[in-house]
Ligand binder design. Structure first.
Ligand SMILES: *Cc1c(COP(=O)(O)O)cnc(C)c1O
Length: 389
């Protein structure tokens, strides 16, 4: 059976060149980077090279790159690290209602520790209004955290404008750029951010490794204490194979940026066309233009998202309903609800995210398969049959 993976926002396959370099740092240069002997120095060289490659991808200096155990840890480090560092300065954190749970649940946890939080609303496309950020900032605000692009609906936030407002007001700004990196041109100076999170496994790298970019001069209280690794910002022997894998993935993301983005946009647009041709009463969720090139999020009216997912899976097609982290729960996506999408429409939502290996034939197969599935499910749906036309 044909298998089509359309869940690249959840994770991506590891690029063979990434596997190759990781293999080398497991079988050959497996030393501890902190050791002064040649075994250690070889491993250190690999980590240094990876740091330079990640820095080049986002326009940072290598010293501003802190390796973490993934995007979730980078988000936690940015938010808790700032909260603890600046707790004598203020207790107020601003974020948005559509953040990834790695941000939302971290801020909610800090509220239980006595911090105060504002969750900014979004418009019907999932976009934050920079004016709302400006109005929410008070003298006790210590951090604003707004994602660069949404993992569910793909909406790209006006991050540069928000960063400018924060800078003017002297408030630290963090962005979760896990989905944006590799899909949007990300330059930390052009964006004007203080802290930025990214993750290897969303850009054809390995799982369990990420980065927090920390602008020079920005101080954070560390989450982990121990050795002096990562300039005392993250203790623990470096996960060398993962780090060099991320370095290679970052290098490929930089060198292949234009061709990948062009490919994503082409197959994503084809996919949407094939689906619209075959499935009546389907809506696009998220912004029509200000969205990630690989993201399609749609609602099929009168059909349950979970039923479509199971049926697509039986046809070898891997998609998602909202975020992978919440699937299994019956609550519709917090992102779609924040956009004001009614419960019943949110329940019929599907996220399809294309990748480098998605083909034109895949889009035709998915359009036809989804068409058959929706026809079948709607034939059994009293709501569909009773609908007012
Ligand atoms: C995947 C993702 C994360 C979490 O990254 P992990 O490396 O899986 O911990 C955080 N934020 C966004 C927007 C993501 O898409």
């Amino acid at each position: 059976m044909r298998r089509v993976y359309l869940d690249h926002a959840a994770t991506t396959p590891v690029h063979p060149e990434v596997v190759e370099v990781m293999r080398h740092y497991m079988l050959q240069d497996w030393g501890n980077p902190s050791s002064i002997h040649s075994f250690g120095r070889e491993a250190r060289a690999g980590v240094d090279e990876a740091r330079a490659k990640v820095a080049a991808l986002i326009g940072a200096d290598p010293e501003e790159i802190v390796f973490t155990g993934g995007g979730t840890e980078a988000d936690n480090m940015a938010i808790k690290g700032t909260a603890w560092e600046l707790r004598n300065k203020g207790d107020h954190i601003i974020t948005s209602a559509v953040e990834h749970h790695a941000v939302l649940h971290t801020v909610e946890w800090l509220e239980k520790q006595g911090f105060r939080a504002t969750y900014l609303p979004v418009d019907e496309y999932g976009m934050v209004d920079p004016g709302d950020v400006e109005r929410a900032i008070t003298s006790s605000t210590i951090l604003v955290s707004i994602m660069a692009a949404n993992n569910e609906v793909g909406t790209v936030q006006p991050v540069a404008e928000i960063a400018r407002i924060c800078r003017e007001k002297g408030v630290r700004f963090h962005t979760d750029a896990v989905q944006a990196v590799g899909q949007l041109p990300i330059d930390v100076h052009a964006l004007g951010v203080d802290l930025l999170s990214l993750s290897a496994h969303k850009i054809y790298g390995p799982k369990g490794v990420g980065v927090l970019y920390v602008r020079r001069g920005v101080r954070l209280t560390p989450l982990l204490h121990g050795g002096a690794h990562e300039r005392k910002r993250r203790a623990g022997t470096e996960g060398v194979p993962g780090i060099v894998g991320l370095g290679k993935a970052a290098e490929l993301a930089r060198l292949q940026f234009d061709q990948r983005v062009e490919h994503y946009r082409r197959v994503r647009d084809l996919l949407w066309e094939r689906i619209r041709e075959r499935v009546p009463e389907v809506r696009l969720n998220g912004h029509p233009t200000e969205r990630l090139p690989n993201n399609l999020n749609l609602s099929v009216l009168y059909v349950e998202g979970e039923s479509m997912l199971l049926n697509l899976d039986m046809k070898g097609i891997a998609a998602s309903s909202g975020s992978a982290c919440t699937s299994g729960s019956l609550e519709p996506s917090h992102v779609l609800l924040a956009m004001g999408i009614p419960h019943e429409v949110a329940h019929g939502s599907l996220r399809m995210t294309v990748g480098v290996s998605t083909t034109e034939e895949d889009t035709a197969y998915v359009g036809e398969s989804l068409g058959e599935i929706v026809d079948r499910l709607r034939a059994m749906s009293p709501l569909w049959n009773a609908r007012v036309r």
